[in-house]
Design a binder for this molecule. Structure first.
Ligand code: ADP
Ligand code: MG
Length: 291
């Protein structure tokens, strides 16, 4: 199955970078083929009795949670409670991590993607991921965005040009960079680099966008830009974001899930999690009393 897809390079650069160049487009299922005959958009991504851990140590147990299509969900909870690993399960990035184990299902549009016959490359194309540290390649702005498409064999310049323009427009970078597409990505600011990495992820046309603390290395102005971006992307994508910044969760997410001590404690509308938490542990956490 996965060969070099789980290298650090793939990880730091959007998860699609190590796709084999021999991949045929025909191997990538169309959306009609991907979806089970009937599924509920409310349960677009659905964890069923899902547990995972490393070696003999359980991290999260018996998780049942679902994420609606075209919504933003924030995952919050103290460090080490399993948020990043959970996110990485959705596009199978833990497959080759030493000692990782899981039980249960994760369905996307009604199909269990943890099944051993799941095409992991097709899955990662469908489920993009963005990390805390943005790592553009030492290539031009254009080549960074076109990277994932070239790797799946797209050579047509018009197709690449269109995808680059569309992705940079979606991340609100186009006007700033359209006259210097062939300059190095390293000339961009840290905040622009993060948006470039998001554009690179969008270029292969995913449906789901996973973000693991995407703003924690950014200053407040760059953070605001990324938050505006997330808000504009949710018409088109289903977004799950891990954040340590509770104000950020409150600003950008429709729903929030609070994890603590090996499990999901509470999952509600973001307004309820912050204004009317049901569990005393949630209340303590969102009021800053631990974490
Ligand atoms: P969070 O993102 O909520 O801070 P993580 O998902 O990174 O939490 O980690 C959850 C738990 O799993 C932690 O106890 C961490 O030490 C452990 N863990 C994460 N990655 C590995 C790994 N590759 N090998 C062993 N344990 C790991
Ligand atoms: Mg983490």
């Amino acid at each position: 199955m996965a060969s070099k897809q789980d290298t650090n390079e793939a990880e730091s650069s959007g998860g699609t970078d190590a796709m084999p160049t021999t991949l045929l487009r025909a191997e990538i299922a169309t959306s009609e083929e991907r979806e089970a005959p009937s599924w509920n958009p409310e349960y677009y991504i659905r964890f069923k009795q899902f547990s995972f851990g490393f070696n003999q140590r359980r991290v999260l147990s018996d998780l049942n949670i679902h994420f609606p299509r075209n919504s933003v969900t924030a995952l919050i909870g103290p460090s080490g409670c399993g948020k990043s690993t959970l996110l990485r399960c959705i596009n199978r990035m833990n497959d080759l991590t030493h000692g990782f184990y899981f039980a249960g299902d994760i369905e996307i549009a009604g199909r269990n993607v943890m099944h051993e016959e799941q095409n992991v490359i097709a899955l990662r194309r469908r489920v993009g991921i963005v990390f805390q540290e943005s790592h553009p390649f030492a290539k031009s702005i254009y080549d960074n965005v076109a990277y994932g498409l070239r790797i799946v064999g797209v050579r047509d310049k018009r197709v690449l040009d269109d995808a680059v323009e569309k992705s940079l427009k979606r991340t609100a970078l186009w006007d700033d960079v359209k006259r210097r597409l062939h300059e190095s990505a390293m000339t961009l600011s840290v905040g622009e680099r993060q948006r470039l990495c998001i554009a690179r992820t969008l270029a292969t046309d995913p449906e789901i966008l996973l973000m693991d603390e995407p703003c924690s290395a950014l200053d407040p102005v760059a953070t605001t830009r990324v938050e505006e971006l997330i808000n504009s992307l949710k018409q088109r994508y289903t977004i799950i974001i891990v954040t340590h910044n509770l104000q950020q969760a409150a600003r950008i997410s429709d729903r929030t899930a609070f994890f603590y001590d090996g499990g999901l404690v509470e999952y509600q509308s973001t307004e309820d999690i912050f204004m009317n938490p049901q569990d005393p542990r949630t209340e303590s956490y969102v009021s800053g009393r631990f974490g």
